[in-house]
Write a protein that binds this ligand. Structure first.
Ligand SMILES: C[S@@+](CC[C@H](N)C(=O)[O-])C[C@H]1O[C@@H](n2cnc3c(N)ncnc32)[C@H](O)[C@@H]1O
Length: 335
């Protein structure tokens, strides 16, 4: 299989894969190729953004030659297939090679033209964009590891990560992370839903929820800025997030937590009381690695006896497109 991730995080991706029984055989900037496959379903993984299932290796010296081989691979495998609606047509490449992107664009265009000639109705349904959300879909997926070698799959899995559009009024780039986290969870705050935002300043996450009409309590000693400042949907409480408690009987629809603090301290002293106490229904939590080993932190978070194992359902842990030295956990509190 081919797994893609953020370019600087490939060692963590390879480490996660090894820990889950995959055998990394080759890697480059933003990708790992594994050989063989552990039994059972694909586990829910943190670092991969796209997984090409059962890829076939294609090699060629020229744009024409590569495009012809990819087209043939598609036509052969699509012969008996019915294309009822839109399907993903995705070409990507390793991040480190100068000029590779241009070459891949050339091959992509030529494959498109080939398909228009050979299967025009099917070609019209092709969409050059990843699906929104976590999905496993048939399509055409091509990943170039260098100028002469690509892997072609007809099926891929998507972790839900994607680049988000910025907003001029958003007070921080953290705003992009929460917008992306909603897509991974498959839900976003609704009109008049309640949100507690622990470690809220300068207010990107609160602002994002306010745009959807939610009512937010933003807890942080720091100031709110931009679209979060003087926002009638946001109540700013200058308090310690670790000491903040809901009123008796109050359950927030959402708990957001984005503290720059040691992650075990956050897990033990903030997340555990919130989830065990069922003080919220859903959560989006960002844990910063700091000096902690990210793979150990991931293993601890996924363990059956962790606070998430005990108190959460539909947990998804992702290294988001917009995450840096951190990962994001989304899920629901067990009823
Ligand atoms: C990464 S920023 C949050 C960014 C925010 N999510 C946004 O979208 O703009 C981390 C915040 O955590 C706050 N913080 C750290 N420790 C805190 C504590 N004990 N109580 C409240 N806020 C805290 C910091 O003041 C800082 O504003």
């Amino acid at each position: 299989m081919i797994f893609t991730c953020q370019p600087g995080f490939v060692d963590l991706l390879a480490g996660e894969l090894s820990a889950r029984g995959f055998a990394p055989a080759e890697q480059g900037a933003g990708w790992v190729r594994t050989e063989g496959r552990p039994g059972g379903d694909l586990p829910d993984l943190c670092f991969p953004q796209m997984v090409l299932l059962d890829p076939v290796e294609i090699t060629g010296d020229s744009v024409n030659g590569l495009a012809a081989k990819i087209t043939e691979q598609f036509l052969t495998t699509a012969k008996t297939e019915r294309f009822e609606g839109e399907w993903p047509f995705i070409f990507e490449e390793a991040a480190e090679l100068d000029g590779l992107g241009r070459r891949v664009k050339g091959v992509e265009k030529m494959v498109q033209e080939n398909l228009k000639k050979r299967m025009s109705r099917v070609a019209k349904l092709a969409v050059a964009d990843k699906p929104r959300g976590v999905a496993r879909l048939r399509g055409l997926y091509v990943f170039f590891v260098d100028f002469k070698r690509a892997y072609v799959s007809r099926e891929a899995f998507f972790g839900g990560q994607r680049r988000m559009a910025d907003d001029e009024q958003a007070p921080s780039r953290s705003y992009l992370k929460i917008e992306e986290a909603y897509i991974v969870l498959g839900r976003e705050p609704g009109f008049e839903e309640t949100v507690v935002d622990l470690g809220a300043a300068p207010g990107g996450w609160s602002y994002s929820a306010s745009k959807r009409g939610a009512k937010i309590v933003a807890v942080d000693n720091g100031p709110l800025k931009g679209g979060a400042y003087n926002n009638y949907k946001i109540e700013h409480r200058m308090e310690d997030a670790f000491a903040f408690r809901p009123a008796a009987g109050e359950v927030f629809d959402w708990m957001f937590c984005d503290l720059v603090e040691e992650p075990h301290h956050v897990m033990t002293n903030l997340i555990t009381p919130w989830l065990e106490g069922k003080w919220c229904r859903r959560f989006v939590i960002n844990l910063k690695f700091g000096r902690v080993d990210p793979l150990a932190l991931l293993r601890e978070s996924q363990a059956a006896d962790s606070v998430f194992g005990r108190c959460a359902v539909n947990l998804r842990i992702r290294h988001l497109y917009h995450d840096r030295e951190e990962f994001t956990l989304v899920g629901e509190v067990r009823a």
